[in-house]
Design a protein around this ligand. Structure first.
Ligand SMILES: [Zn+2]
Length: 109
């Protein structure tokens, strides 16, 4: 079995994006907007159906993180500029968001 993927490094890449580097060596540029839109909390996703209730148009285009904290060894909690902060992004889920909504960042040699 493979070791679980963990983020090695999470930083602000620029005014609009995270740069998230993973233990498998891949790194992704992920827009703050996409991370905020994909918030997994009960206010953003219907817990029973798993359907996202948050709409893209409800997310501020300028949304950005105010604080990012580790939750144990499995998740990140992000406090956003729109005062939302209840979402716990499990690493596995965060990686999916990176792959679906981010852009792989390849170093130019
Ligand atoms: Zn949420």
């Amino acid at each position: 079995m493979n070791a679980p993927l963990l983020p090695n490094r999470i930083e602000k890449h620029d005014a609009l994006n995270f740069l998230i580097e993973w233990t498998d060596g891949k790194s992704f540029v992920l827009p703050f907007f996409e991370a905020r839109f994909n918030c997994p909390c009960a206010a953003c996703v219907d817990e029973k159906t798993g359907v996202r209730t948050l709409r893209r148009e409800d997310v501020q285009t300028e949304v950005h993180p105010k604080n990012v904290a580790l939750v144990g060894r499995y998740a990140l909690q992000i406090q956003w500029s729109d005062l939302h902060g209840s979402g716990m992004f499990a690493f596995e889920q965060l990686r999916k968001i990176c792959e679906q909504s981010g852009k792989e960042n390849r170093p130019t040699l």
